[in-house]
Every structure is written in structure tokens, then in C-alpha cells.
Design a protein. Structure first.
Length: 93
């Protein structure tokens, strides 16, 4: 690897990422989670979306006991409490 051109040693471009926060109105844990998601999203330039379980029966049925739920690229990352450092690692590793 030492003799390899810098062109070949470059890291691959980061793939497009997406954070999804599944929440409901009036949920204080959801508000806390959203603050963390917004901060990490802004710092890393990763887009995020909000989904409301009161407007989507399938999400309600799947996640009503776990909200807030954070998905990274469509896969469940965490629920209830969002750890900022763990979310950052998931998005940068």
C-alpha cells in the first residue's frame, strides 16, 4: 500500500445518509430526540425527516411503544433516548 498512488489511497466518497425521527406531538422525549437529531444533522450535513405516528397507522402499529425512534438509512438505530455520540458514529463510520 505504501507504493500506491494517492489516487488509489483516497477514501470512497461518503454515501448519502438519512436520519428519520419517528415521533408524536406532545412527547417530551420526542422533543429531546429532535434536538439531538437536528444538532447532529446540522453538524454533519446529513438530512433528516420527521414522521408522526398519529398520521401513519403502519408506523403507529410498529413503533407506538418505542417512540421516539431514530432510523439511520431506514434501519432502526435507537429508541426512547438518543445518544449524540452514538448517532454521530453511526453516520460517520
Amino acid at each position: 500500500m505504501a507504493g500506491m498512488s494517492a489516487l488509489f489511497r483516497r477514501k470512497a466518497a461518503p454515501r448519502a445518509r438519512l436520519i428519520t425521527l419517528i415521533r408524536k406531538p406532545g412527547c417530551h422525549l420526542c422533543d429531546d430526540a429532535q434536538a439531538v437529531v437536528e444538532k447532529v444533522s446540522g453538524d454533519l450535513g446529513v438530512p433528516f425527516e420527521l414522521k408522526d405516528i398519529t398520521r401513519d397507522q403502519a408506523l403507529h402499529d410498529q413503533y407506538w411503544e418505542q417512540i421516539p425512534v431514530v432510523l439511520v438509512d431506514g434501519e432502526q438505530h435507537t429508541f426512547w433516548r438518543v445518544n449524540e455520540d452514538r448517532l454521530r458514529r453511526a453516520l460517520t463510520d
